[in-house]
Design a binder for this molecule. Structure first.
Ligand code: EPU
Length: 426
C-alpha cells in the first residue's frame, strides 16, 4: 500500500485549480441509469471513486467511457441489470445512489448495503423510508437492500427526510432521482441543501426532470414518463478547495485556488477570518496571504452543521490547523459524532487533544513533530497530510489509498506549491 513521505516546514505558494466535486459526480453518474439515452458528464475528477462507480455501472449494463479532460460518456442498457453487488458497493458510499434510479427505471433493485469511510454508524433508514413512501416494498436480506416498485411503478408522495443530525445528502439524492420517474408529484420536506444535491438536480432538469426548490429544504418533483440524455458539467469541489486553502493557511503561505466555489465556503471563510488568517476571495477564486511559517492562528471553535454551516468534511483539516493555535479551541461534530479518527494520529505528532463526547478540546502547541501515522478515512488522511506539511522532520502517512478516493493527485498538486512530499509505492 502506497504511503506519503513528507518533510515539513515549507510555506506553500502557488496556484491550484479545484477539480469537479466528488460528492456531486458520483450521484450524477448514477443518474445515467434513469434513461437509455447517453449522458455526457464534464469536469469529472480523476478519482479512484469515479473508477469504482464506472465499474459498477458497467456491471449494471452501462457503457462507460472516460476520456481526457474529465469527460465521461455513459449510456445505460435498454434493460439494466438490477443487482449491484458487494464487491463495488462496499468500496464507497456514493455507489448506494444506484438504488433510486434502478428502482424507478426497472421497477426493481437489489443493492448491497454500502461501505465507504468508517467513522461510526452510517444508517440508510431515510433512503428506505423515502422509497417506501413512493410505494416501494423494501426489505434487507443477506446484506442487500431488496426493493420493488408497485405494479405500474412508483407513485409520488410527500415525505420528510430529516434526521437527528440534519438531512441526509445521499438519501435526498436517491429519493429525488426515484421521484423523477414516479407518477404524480413528490414533495420532499427536510431535503438536504448541500450544493451537490443542487448540482444533481440541475443535471436531472437537463435530462427533462421537473424539479423546483433546489437548494432549499423543500423539493417539488413532478414525475415524467421518461428522461432523455444530457450534457452536464460538474460543480467544483468545495471540500478540495477548502483543503488547499487550509494547507496555505497552515504553512503561512500564499495559496490561490482557482475554480473555487467561494459562495459554498462561507462558513470556512468566517472561521478563517475569526482565526486571524489573512486571505482574499472572489467569486471563483480564493487565496491565503503569506504570514510566515510559525505565525499561530487564534484558537477558533467550530461546530459542524448541514450546509451552509461548517462542513463535516473539513472538520479534520480544521483540527490540523487548531492543534497549532495560540490557545484552546473546541471542535464539535454534529453530523457524525464519532468522526475523530484523526485524533489518535495527531496525538502521535505531539498535538494535545481531549475528546469529550461529540466534542474535541484542542490545546494548541507551538510545534508538531513528524511521525509515522496511518490514514483511516478520506478527510482524516487529508488532515494528516496537512499536519505533515508543518511538522518538524519527516512524516509518513500510511494507507493513502483513502486519500486517492477523494483528492486527484494530491501529492503532485502539493509539490507544485513547493511542498516536499513524495509517494512511496509498495
Ligand atoms: N443519517 C441517518 N439516516 C440515514 C442517512 C443518514 O440517520 O438514512 C444521518 C447520518 O448518520 C448522519 C447524517 O444523517 O448523521 C448525515 O448523513 P448523510 O446521509 O447526509 O451522509 P451521506 O449522504 O452518507 C454524504 C457525503 C459525505 C458527507 C455527508 C455529510 C457522499 C458520497 N458522501 O454522505 O462525504 O460527509 O454527506 O455532508 O456524498 C466525504 O466526502 O468524505 C464524505 C464522507
Amino acid at each position: 500500500m502506497d504511503l506519503f513521505r513528507i518533510e515539513g516546514g515549507r510555506p506553500l505558494s502557488g496556484t491550484v485549480k479545484a477539480a469537479g466535486a466528488k460528492n456531486a459526480v458520483l450521484p450524477i453518474l448514477t443518474a445515467a441509469l434513469l434513461t437509455e439515452e447517453p449522458l455526457e458528464v464534464q469536469n469529472a475528477p480523476g478519482l479512484a471513486d469515479v473508477d469504482t462507480l464506472l465499474n459498477l455501472l458497467r456491471e449494471l449494463g452501462c457503457e462507460a467511457e472516460r476520456s481526457e479532460g474529465g469527460r465521461v460518456h455513459i449510456q445505460s442498457a435498454k434493460q439494466p441489470h438490477y443487482r449491484a453487488g458487494w464487491e463495488q458497493v462496499r468500496r464507497m458510499r456514493g455507489s448506494f445512489c444506484v438504488l433510486g434510479p434502478l428502482l424507478a427505471r426497472t421497477g426493481r433493485a437489489e443493492v448491497s448495503l454500502p461501505g465507504g469511510c468508517v467513522f461510526g454508524v452510517r444508517p440508510i433508514d431515510v433512503h428506505l423510508k423515502g422509497l417506501e413512501a413512493l410505494g416501494a416494498k423494501v426489505a434487507i436480506e443477506h446484506g442487500f437492500v431488496m426493493a420493488e416498485a408497485p405494479p405500474g411503478g412508483l407513485v409520488g408522495a410527500e415525505v420528510f427526510l430529516g434526521t437527528a443530525f440534519g438531512s441526509s445528502v445521499t438519501g435526498t439524492m436517491n429519493v429525488m432521482m426515484a421521484a423523477t420517474l414516479a407518477r404524480g408529484q413528490t414533495i420532499i420536506q427536510g431535503a438536504a441543501c448541500e450544493p451537490e444535491v443542487e448540482d444533481l438536480g440541475k443535471c436531472l432538469i437537463a435530462m427533462g426532470a421537473k424539479i423546483s426548490g433546489l437548494g432549499s429544504p423543500r423539493l417539488i418533483i413532478d414525475g415524467v414518463d421518461s428522461l432523455s440524455g444530457a450534457t452536464h458539467s460538474v460543480l467544483p469541489d468545495r471540500i478540495e478547495a477548502g483543503t488547499y486553502l487550509l494547507a496555505g493557511a497552515l504553512t503561512g503561505g500564499q495559496v490561490r485556488v482557482d475554480n473555487c466555489p467561494s459562495e459554498h465556503l462561507s462558513a470556512l471563510f468566517d472561521r478563517m477570518w475569526q482565526a486571524g488568517l489573512p486571505f482574499e476571495r472572489g467569486e471563483d477564486w480564493a487565496e491565503t496571504l503569506p504570514c510566515g511559517l510559525g505565525a499561530r492562528p487564534r484558537p477558533t471553535d467550530v461546530t459542524t452543521q448541514p450546509h451552509p454551516g461548517f462542513p463535516t468534511d473539513l472538520q479534520a483539516q480544521w483540527m490540523a490547523l487548531m492543534v497549532l493555535a495560540d490557545g484552546v479551541s473546541v471542535i464539535t461534530e454534529r453530523i457524525y459524532p464519532d468522526r475523530y479518527m484523526h485524533v489518535a494520529e495527531l496525538l502521535r505528532m505531539g498535538a494535545r487533544i481531549r475528546r469529550q463526547g461529540t466534542a474535541s478540546v484542542v490545546e494548541g502547541v507551538p510545534n508538531l513533530s513528524g511521525a509515522p501515522v496511518t490514514a483511516s478515512d478520506l478527510r482524516a488522511s487529508a488532515a494528516l497530510v496537512l499536519a505533515g506539511l508543518v511538522a518538524k522532520g519527516q512524516t509518513e502517512v500510511h494507507r493513502v489509498y483513502h486519500i486517492d478516493r477523494g483528492y486527484e493527485g494530491i501529492e503532485k498538486r502539493l509539490q507544485s506549491l513547493g511542498a516536499r512530499i513524495e509517494r512511496v509505492r509498495s
